[in-house]
Write a protein that binds this ligand. Structure first.
Ligand code: ATP
Ligand code: MG
Length: 689
């Protein structure tokens, strides 16, 4: 029997159903819709059903724009839409939903639109995209040119300059205001910074590169032109945004310019999960959304959590209930369980790693596959000891949030060669590439780049290299010329780069064998991208995840444990979740300590982490924690105390345990355990303030 359209709604609750049918079947474009609801209440699921329902009712998926927080989330959503549409309409539904190709992050979609409309806004469509490190390098070039980089001047570092610049752009704020609020120690440099940023913007344009922020800024500027905005807006009948609480002002401006009257616009999110204010995201976007339109947007709230067991939800609710800001949503769960979330004390980070690895294996024995388990942490570096332990015990894992080898020098070298071929004006790439050659240093590279800037089409073979590089120059010029003229198809050309690079690899690095393996892996990854341009764009915007496996990114059917920062775990769920370092100094992080707003964001972060768990949740607390300091201060251990977000008043929501269990320790006696620990760590931090 072919399922009927009604089946699409069958599994949904009343509120979800209202969101899924909103404005459909009226013959008019649906008005704006906001779904604001707590974790695990089915917002993403509801959005997928709404998209499917529109398709079932004849809307064209090619005219839909789906904005998600990661490329993974976009892929997941399109898969879900396909499945739901297929259930409702059979093969037709599946075929139709394949047209849903405008799905991705704001940044990725921005890059695509900017290439499409480049001609209308005086942008060269061959632009390349700078990642944060490249951006910092370009900022540094500008600093040096303006004479701001000398050690004595104590001018902010390139990284700080970039952070300030980025904040100004994303928050659409005044420089003075950003300095006052977030970088008070740089306030004295305000005018110099202004000059630096002007030079940085000029350099980007001269190099035909865009940084991450530009993808939003140029897009927003482009949509500020009513004619272009109307054209782009007219391209999409429906625009959907998931995780709207973590968008910034630029993103909201883009959205409103695309759909000024809100027609066809659906946004979903949860104000209690806003965790990106450090990137200028503002929860005001979601709170103010309804009022932007007249009549105001329809609002749907959802209260039933389908994800977590009752005890897990109760503990998470208790944590967020203590927030300074009142979130009105109440969530309930209909999944009883006898198992409360565990608060597990371990001696130190090594013990933490051993405990988690052991539990993960026990879970697998009991039938929970590795991929249904995740280990979450506040900062990427926190998983180090665990990664070592997992490798030792042969437990395969994937770490979300950036392929480590993409940051490795040799991989960056190869990518820079491709990027420079793509865009000869990209000075940061050119600088890197030229200095691979022996005998070419910064001065020689700068001279060659100046020559190239005069005439980007010039043949490198005819360019005179510094005398000491003469021997290596012809091979290099031939390879570069080959890439520029697109003499061989993608992805074969990346192999040519490697063949050219290998002798240099052996000369520059001591471990050429493992590095060569990385390059082969890069070639494999390249094979899954249709063009060089897409490879470079998407790899820069959303690098694939790192794995413990030498053989490359995991296959769908292979089993891997998930390691992720809490930030990257947003929107996802696992049967079993471990949160590392549930201690003060980690959650909240040291960085967040001090400002109330920052502390509150850390609380929401813990809430996000806890609400990822379906059946099983462990918060692990090492008693001793190793703190990596800047060189001058030296590394040291601190005695850690339980995160302040789980005060004694809500301890009854957790099962407390110690691992290893049997060993009686002088610290574990009941008299000392009942007393609040002395925060020696804070005292030691205080010594440096
Ligand atoms: P988050 O705030 O973490 O992003 P969310 O609100 O987007 O969460 P979903 O991820 O959509 O929630 O859903 C959470 C879980 O609940 C998923 O496993 C989903 O399949 C399930 N779920 C959602 N709605 C229903 C429903 N009506 N019946 C059964 N299960 C549901
Ligand atoms: Mg979601």
């Amino acid at each position: 029997r072919l399922p009927t359209r009604g089946d699409l709604l069958a599994t949904l609750n009343e509120g979800q159903r209202r969101a899924v049918v909103h404005g459909i079947g009226t013959g008019l474009p649906p008005g704006p819709l906001l779904v604001i609801a707590g974790a695990g209440s089915g917002k993403t699921n509801t959005l997928a059903h709404r998209v499917s329902n529109l398709i079932v009712h004849g809307a064209d998926p090619r005219r839909m724009l789906l904005l998600t927080f990661s490329r993974r989330a976009a892929a997941e959503m399109t898969r879900r839409v396909e499945r739901i549409a297929a259930q409702a309409m059979g093969a037709d539904g599946e075929a139709l939903s394949a047209g849903l190709t405008w799905a991705g992050t704001f940044h990725a979609v921005g890059a695509r639109l900017l290439r499409d409309y480049a001609a209308l806004i005086g942008l060269d469509p061959g632009f390349t995209i700078h990642d944060r490190e490249d951006s910092a390098d370009l900022m540094n070039l500008a600093r040096q040119e303006l004479g701001l980089a000398s050690r004595e001047s104590r001018f902010p570092t390139k990284g700080t300059c970039l952070a300030i610049y980025s904040r100004v752009v994303n928050a659409q704020a005044e420089l003075a205001e950003v300095l006052r609020a977030a970088f008070p120690w740089c306030a004295a440099w305000q005018e110099a910074l202004r000059g630096l940023f002007a030079a940085y913007v000029e350099a980007k344009q001269a190099n035909n590169v865009l940084d991450y922020d530009d993808l939003l800024l140029w897009w927003a500027q482009m949509t500020a032109e009513p004619a272009i905005a109307a054209e782009i807006g007219g391209r999409f009948d429906h625009v959907f945004v998931d995780e709207y609480q973590d968008t910034n002002r630029l993103q909201a401006a883009i959205l409103l310019a695309l759909k000024p009257d809100g027609s066809g616009l659906t946004v979903v999110g949860d104000d209690a999960q806003s965790i990106y204010s450090f990137r200028a995201a503002t929860v005001r976007n979601i709170l103010d959304f309804p009022g932007h339109f007249s009549p105001p947007a329809a609002i749907v709230t959802l209260e039933r959590n389908y994800r977590s067991t009752e005890p897990i939800l109760a503990a998470a609710n208790a944590v967020i209930a203590l927030a300074a800001e009142r979130f009105t949503k109440t969530l309930w769960s209909d999944r009883p369980s006898a198992q409360k979330p565990r608060l597990v004390t371990v001696p130190d980070e090594t013990g933490q790693a051993a405990y988690v690895a052991g539990r993960v294996l026990e879970n697998r024995e009991a039938g929970t596959a590795l991929r249904q388990q995740a280990v979450l942490f506040r900062a990427s570096s926190h998983s180090g000891p665990l990664e070592v332990e997992l490798v030792r015990r042969n437990i395969p894992f994937v770490k979300y949030g950036g392929l480590k080898f993409l940051d490795a020098a040799h991989v960056k070298d190869v990518l820079a060669v491709l990027r420079w071929a793509q865009n000869p004006r990209d000075r940061v790439a050119g600088f890197r590439v030229l200095q691979i050659l022996p005998g070419i240093g910064p001065t020689g590279a700068a001279r060659i780049l100046d020559a190239v800037a005069e005439d980007p089409a010039a043949d490198l073979a005819a360019t005179e290299p510094p005398a000491r590089a003469a021997a290596d120059w012809p091979a290099f010029a031939a390879m570069a010329g080959h890439l520029r003229s697109r003499a061989s198809p993608w992805p074969a050309e990346i192999e040519q780069v490697r063949l050219w690079y290998e002798p240099h690899l052996e000369r520059i690095h001591e471990d050429p064998v493992t590095r060569r393996a990385d390059l082969l892996q890069l070639e494999q990854i390249a094979g899954s991208y249709a063009t060089r341009e897409r490879f470079l764009t998407e790899l820069t915007l959303d690098p694939p995840d790192a794995t413990s496996d030498e053989s490359g990114p995991p296959d769908r059917d292979e089993d891997y444990l998930i390691l992720s920062t809490i930030h990257s775990a947003k929107g996802q769920e696992w049967r079993s979740v471990f949160v590392l370092n549930a201690i003060d100094g980690c959650i909240p992080s040291d960085l967040g300590v001090g400002e109330v707003a920052a502390i509150e964001e850390e609380r929401r972060l813990l809430y996000v982490a806890m609400t990822r768990a379906r059946d099983d949740l462990d918060l692990v607390m090492p008693q001793r924690f190793f703190v990596h300091q800047q060189a001058a201060r030296g590394d040291r251990h601190v005695y850690a105390s339980r995160t302040r977000f789980i005060p004694a008043a809500i301890l009854d929501r957790f099962e407390q345990a110690a691992w290893p269990a049997a060993r009686p320790s002088p610290h574990a006696g009941s008299a000392t355990a009942a007393r609040a620990p002395v925060d020696i760590g804070a005292r030691m931090r205080g010594m440096w303030k």
